[in-house]
Design a protein around this ligand. Structure first.
Ligand code: C2E
Ligand code: CA
Ligand code: CA
Ligand code: CA
Length: 279
């Protein structure tokens, strides 16, 4: 038994080392990736359930690493956060998304679009230079401020509510819209939500995944609460017609998910915008 324990420990240590190695390689590659154009954005449509119209897109980062191949943001964003690279990476995402949106805007393709959403990480929200960065990017791209929407997860927001309310006020004053991402997975109370300068709640994919069934009660409650606070609701991760039907009946405003469209390249989204097709 003693021998067994020793073996298991050795396996455990080897796994830990492998993980640390991979993490280090991701970090080293990430610093280079920013300079080398290995990163790009995908855009996923958000649709108004009542009209079937495209109302927004969410920018999602993609990385085809030269050494490690394609990596998912779920793997490299945490590394970027821990290493601090996220500040530069987050700035790059904001700038790229705003540049792209501004070019769609100039081509007259965003008439019906309300926003281009960009994810904000925990480190970015804490970074004192964020407002200046955003201002500079909006100035450079000439993107109408109202078109930019930032997604902040409920967890990040609740982590330091006081500082974040301050930041959110400043963003709102600048005309930027705010959406609370992964809503329902954290611990915000209705009394907090009432005081926060936000426009929208984004129901976490896990609840939509539990439709029909366990997700129903939670989603119904979130929508009722959001509407009583004059907030819009968008559901993410919508994959089936049954989920669409439930969300429609529950009064959900907007939807995003594979059922409607997968995240796509800027060129693909341009083609979609040119079609001016409804869902
Ligand atoms: P998120 O913000 O919750 O983004 C939604 C994720 O769900 C995306 O995964 C999207 O591709 C995926 N998704 C969309 N529709 C469906 C569906 O119908 N079914 C399922 N199963 N999934 C769907 P993705 O692109 O892999 O991103 C994962 C996470 O990485 C994001 O979760 C976000 O937290 C983070 N992330 C992505 N891009 C950025 C970025 O530019 N900056 C920061 N800070 N985080 C990012
Ligand atoms: Ca909006
Ligand atoms: Ca998001
Ligand atoms: Ca989510």
């Amino acid at each position: 038994a003693k021998h067994d324990g020793k073996n298991r420990y050795a396996v455990f240590r080897a796994e830990m080392e492998q993980r640390a190695q991979r993490r280090m390689r991701i970090e080293a590659n990430l610093r280079r990736a920013l300079q080398n154009d290995e990163l790009y954005l995908h855009y996923q449509p958000q649709i108004d359930l009542r009209s079937g119209r495209l109302v927004g897109v969410e920018a999602l980062i993609r990385w085809n690493c030269r050494e490690l191949g394609p990596l998912t943001p779920d793997e490299f964003i945490p590394v970027a956060e821990e290493s601090g690279v996220i500040i530069e990476l987050g700035r790059w995402v904001l700038q790229s998304a705003c540049r792209q949106a501004a070019s769609w805007c100039k081509a007259g393709l965003l008439d019906s679009l309300e926003h281009v959403a960009v994810n904000l990480s925990a480190c970015q929200a804490r970074e004192p230079g964020l407002m200046d960065d955003i201002r500079a990017i909006l100035e450079e791209t000439q993107l109408p401020h109202g078109l930019l929407e930032l997604e902040i997860t409920e967890g990040v927001m609740m982590d330091n509510v006081h500082a974040n309310v301050e930041l959110m006020r400043r963003l709102q004053e600048a005309g930027i819209h705010l959406s609370i991402d992964d809503f329902g997975t954290g611990y915000s109370s209705m009394s907090y939500l009432k005081r926060l300068p936000i426009d929208q709640l984004k129901i976490d994919r896990s609840f939509v995944h539990d439709l029909p069934g366990e997700g129903e009660a939670i989603i119904t409650a979130i929508i009722a609460m959001a509407h009583s606070l004059n907030l819009k609701v968008v559901a993410e991760g919508v994959e089936t017609p049954q989920q669409v039907e439930f969300l429609r009946q529950a009064g959900c405003d907007n939807v995003q998910g594979y059922f409607f469209a997968r995240p796509m390249t800027a060129a693909q989204l341009t083609a979609l915008l040119l079609e001016r097709r409804d869902w």
